[in-house]
Design a protein around this ligand. Structure first.
Ligand code: MRU
Length: 403
């Protein structure tokens, strides 16, 4: 399907050549394409109707893409922020005679700017903090130059992209194994929420990675995905990925989840979701609606799992009460967006339709917090963490090697 990309509207002929090069190596859905000189991100606002890539040329482009949700999902926004700055840093270096201090101040100022794009996902702030520390260390090195500081930044950025992919594959494998062991089944049906797949990460995904892993091990009966109002990440993005990978899957509206859990034919064995920030005790901020699903899981005696890389675990935030929840524009609730006609690359025109009574007040929190008490396990790239006898999660041992 990547071959259907429409380059017409936003790309110059040079861009198109670069995309053709990327396409020849991209066999699976790849939301972020970075080759050190170019950063292309799939425009998630156009999905699933059109696979169009946006060329990100600066930290400002990265900030806008994150704010407008052209890219979204906790790991993906951190990666795009860091890579957008890498692109701008290359241009900054082209102007010669930059000292280590010049490069350091440039990078740190842009990192501080990038973290202001969205507040809830910890991955962005965490990455910015780590890159700032790394840059400061490089500057302090004897004989450091603008080139040496920048080159350390580029290397670290590439490592971040590659590590996220391999971490997701490990999360998938650990999660699939845990679910099969704990349920004692050889085939399971799983419900997921929002989008946690290739579009939300550097590839493969977290909760969707677990579903991918179950599927590739012939252990998935069916995946159920919620529509995920108001932004419809489930209907637009998760459904798109599931169809793309030919994974047996069914879409439901958010309000159907309880009926689904009560339906013996659906036979859901586990609910697996992603996370934007996991507090030190395990309380987890994730897409609005996640908390409700955890209550449902408890009522139905079904496993409720959070799948997230260690970069999503925020040990500095004690509990969920300390997590800032982003509130977004009322128009996301009062208006529905989609194409009026069956689109082709030439005819796609997104239309907005008002669905709410004019004048009504709207509350639109993008995330909610699921208490640790309702979570059975946190699936990380290092394994599945379960609660201690005190009823809370303890993540410190996951970070032992970093100490
Ligand atoms: O507002 P979004 O679309 O960025 O929210 C995304 C989610 O809540 C995801 O579940 C979370 O970021 C995990 S993505 C691997």
């Amino acid at each position: 399907t990547l071959l259907n990309i429409n380059c017409k509207t936003i790309f110059t002929p040079t861009d198109q050549t670069i995309i053709a090069g990327f396409l020849s190596i991209a066999m699976s859905l790849q939301a972020i394409k970075y080759d050190g000189k170019q950063l292309l991100i799939i425009d998630q606002l156009q999905l699933p109707f059109l696979e169009e890539y946006v060329n990100i040329q600066s930290a400002k482009d990265g900030w806008d893409a994150i704010k407008e949700m052209r890219v979204r999902g906790a790991p993906a926004i951190a990666i795009v922020a860091i890579l957008s700055l890498a692109i701008e840093l290359r241009a900054f270096l082209a102007d010669k005679n930059k000292s280590a201090g010049d490069v350091g101040s440039f990078v740190i100022e842009k990192l501080h700017y990038l973290v202001t794009s969205r507040p809830t996902a910890v991955n962005l702030g965490d990455a910015a903090h780590k890159f700032e520390q790394m840059v400061n260390k490089q500057i302090a090195k004897e004989g450091s130059t603008g080139e040496s500081v920048a080159s350390a930044y580029f290397q670290e950025a590439e490592k971040m992209l590659a590590n996220d992919l391999s971490d997701n594959q490990s999360i998938g494998a650990h999660g699939a194994k845990w679910i099969l062991e704990k349920t004692g089944k050889t085939t399971v049906n799983v419900l997921t929420h929002c989008n946690t797949g290739s579009l939300a990460t550097s590839g493969y995904g977290t909760a969707l990675g677990v579903i991918r892993s179950l599927h590739s091990g012939n252990a998935l009966g069916r995946a159920y995905c919620t529509e995920t109002r108001p932004y419809n990440q489930g209907a637009r993005l998760t459904a798109f990925e599931l169809v793309h990978d030919k994974i047996p899957a069914t879409l439901i509206t958010d309000s159907m989840a309880s009926a689904l859990m009560n339906d013996p034919k659906a036979n859901v064995s586990a609910i697996v979701v992603g996370a934007d920030r996991v507090a030190a005790n395990g309380d987890t901020a994730n897409k609005i609606g996640t908390y409700g699903l955890s209550v449902l899981a408890k009522h139905h005696g079904v496993k409720f799992l959070v799948a997230a890389p260690r970069t999503t675990i925020d040990r500095a935030t004690k509990t969920g009460a300390d997590i800032t929840i982003e509130e977004r524009a009322p128009s996301e609730v009062t208006v529905i967006k989609g194409p009026l006609h069956r689109p082709t690359a030439e005819t796609l025109q997104m239309e907005t339709v008002k669905v709410a009574a004019p004048g009504i007040d709207v509350w639109n929190p993008a995330f909610d917090v699921t208490p640790a008490a309702l979570i059975d396990g946190v699936i990380t790239e290092k394994g599945v963490v379960e609660k201690g006898s005190d009823g809370f999660f303890h993540f410190d041992s996951l970070f032992d090697e970093e100490a």
